[in-house]
Structure formats: C-alpha cells, structure tokens
Design a protein around this ligand. Sequence first.
Ligand code: NI
Length: 169
Amino acid sequence: MIRPILKYGDQLLHEPAQPVGELTSDIDRLIGDMIETMYAASGVGLAAPQVGIPLRIFVIDLSVGSDPSGLTIMVNPVFVERDGVQLEEEGCLSVPGFNATVVRPVRAVVRGLDRSGTEHDREGTGLLARALQHEMDHLDGTLFVDRLRGIKRDLIVRRIRKLARARKW
Ligand code: NI
C-alpha cells in the first residue's frame, strides 16, 4: 500500500523517532509499504517518519527498483564509521521542488537489522553514503534544510511558508 508522504513543516518529521521493539507483522507490512511508496515516488530513500510512523526504520534503493540487490532495509540503525567530506546537491521527498548543496562525510558504514531481524552492515561512499546519512537524519528529526545555513536555509523556508499559505504545500 502506498502511504502519503508528509512534507516539511509536519511536526512528525521534526521529532526523533523511537527504536523498534519487535519485528511484528505490522512492522513487516510497514517496511513493504515504505518500499512501495519510495518506488511510486521515484525516490532513492524513505524513512518511516516520512509516512507518519515515528520509528527508526529506513529503506534505500539507488536503483529505484531496477536492481534487486540495490535495496537496503535498516531497522534501528546506528553509525559504525564516517569519514571524509563531500559537497553535493541533495533533495528529499518531504521537501519536493527544492535542492541544495549539503556537506556530508564521503563514506559511511551503518549497522542495523534487516527485515528478518538479522544484523547487517551497509557501507557506502559517494551517493550511497549521502543517502545513508540523509535517512539517518530523518530518524533524528533532521531534514536536509536543517543542515543549511543562513540565506540558503531562510530562502527555502520562506518559499515553503509562502506555498503553505497559498495551500500549495
Ligand atoms: Ni528525505
């Protein structure tokens, strides 16, 4: 089932998510829905708070469904390693229509549970490292807009407020 994606300004996106207790059938269904919702939106990543569920789960697939081995599912993930620096454009399904350059480590290793509850690591460089960190941020209530400074951030926030006032957000 495709679930609606919350947008910047919805309180659930701006709060830390809670750890998952047990991998119940409801959680399994949620993960399935998140994958379906991500593909339907042509996104490369989605975190549970984006569909209104404040739990520490995210999915990533840089291939957007074209390569079955490209799918990463992380439940209760933590960073194991992060190093280097990269500066690239970034967007988010919860901030449609906006992009900005965000500074991130160039390499990251994240450890978490897969859909069956088995612990696994995912190492990424470049775009995958960026996606891993972007989704980890969602679990802490941080959007890429929050990582911008000064005028760049103010400009995006002002434009979103304007769209919201016009009921176009
Ligand atoms: Ni996002």
